[in-house]
Design a protein around this ligand. Structure first.
Ligand code: NAI
Length: 247
């Protein structure tokens, strides 16, 4: 039997990038997959491709930054699958700028999606998980939430917030056997980081002891570990997946 057989996993921002790789990894471990994304068509396309490979997968269009949309998404998943065992809060955006130039909207939108969006989904998924007296929540933070990064005050604050939220939620929910952990990826090759300048790319690479950027699968494997029974005794932790950038 596969380790996530009969489990239902909801992955936000699951249409592409790291989220999609997480969907794949959890599906390979036997889970049914709810692919949630603000990009409806991409989510539907991703879910369709999973179904074509024999995975029970469905798409959900939702903007995680809006609490009512997060609530509706959780309700729809419960209606379709009857349960939610694993929530992966992966949806995230960047709007980089130096503090002196950062516009109010650049600050607000990043906090809204990355931090409030994580809270919204976590809160909505907690109700059915508490009833079931079991659950796994994995939040995708970032190494810059630990070490900071010039030009990313909004993003690093949002991700540091996710790490704090992870710890508080872990303490609140532990008595119901709901484990809440985070991962902090370093420099991972995706469409998000394809936007980086060559200079920024080289600056990151110079600080990675393992000497290569990470792949989405490097993150997905750790999420699978945190979503499954091998990590039963781990909660409130943030695991860096960064090729050794931060030690
Ligand atoms: P990506 O931009 O390729 O994918 C993000 C996905 O989230 C997209 O499908 C997008 O449509 C979706 N999304 C954005 N806003 C949303 C919203 N309001 N509601 C629902 N879905 C929304 O990004 P990538 O690189 O795959 O990043 C995934 C996560 O990993 C993000 O939280 C990001 O901050 C984090 N991360 C990425 C790193 C990297 O180097 N790529 C490093 C550290 C963390």
């Amino acid at each position: 039997m596969k380790i996530l057989q009969d489990k239902v996993a909801l992955v936000t921002g699951g249409a592409r990038g790291i989220g999609r790789a997480i969907c794949q990894e959890l599906a390979d471990a036997g889970a049914s997959i709810a692919v949630a994304d603000i990009m409806r068509e991409s989510a539907e396309q991703t879910a369709k491709e999973f179904r074509e490979n024999g995975v029970a997968a469905r798409a959900y269009a939702a903007n995680v930054a809006i609490m009512s949309e997060a609530d509706e998404m959780i309700k729809a998943v419960l209606q379709d699958f009857g349960r939610i065992d694993i929530l992966v809060n992966n949806a995230g955006i960047t709007r980089d700028n130096l503090i002196m130039r950062m516009k109010e909207d650049e600050w607000d939108s990043v906090i809204a999606v990355n931090l409030k969006g994580t809270f919204n989904c976590l809160k909505a998924a907690t109700r059915p998980m508490m009833k079931a007296r079991q659950g796994r929540i994995v939040n995708i933070a970032s190494i810059v939430g630990v070490m900071g990064n010039p030009g990313q005050a909004n993003y690093s604050a949002s991700k540091a917030g996710v790490i704090g939220l992870t710890k508080s939620a872990a303490k609140e929910l532990a008595s119901r056997q709901i484990n809440v952990n985070a991962v902090a990826p370093g420099y991972i090759q995706t469409e998000m980081t394809d936007k980086l300048s060559e200079e920024a790319r080289q600056a990151f690479l110079a600080h990675i002891p393992l000497g290569r950027p990470g792949q989405a699968e490097d993150v997905a494997r750790v999420v699978r570990f945190l979503a499954g029974p091998e990590s039963d005794y781990i909660t409130g932790q943030t695991i860096n997946i960064d090729g050794g950038m931060v030690m």
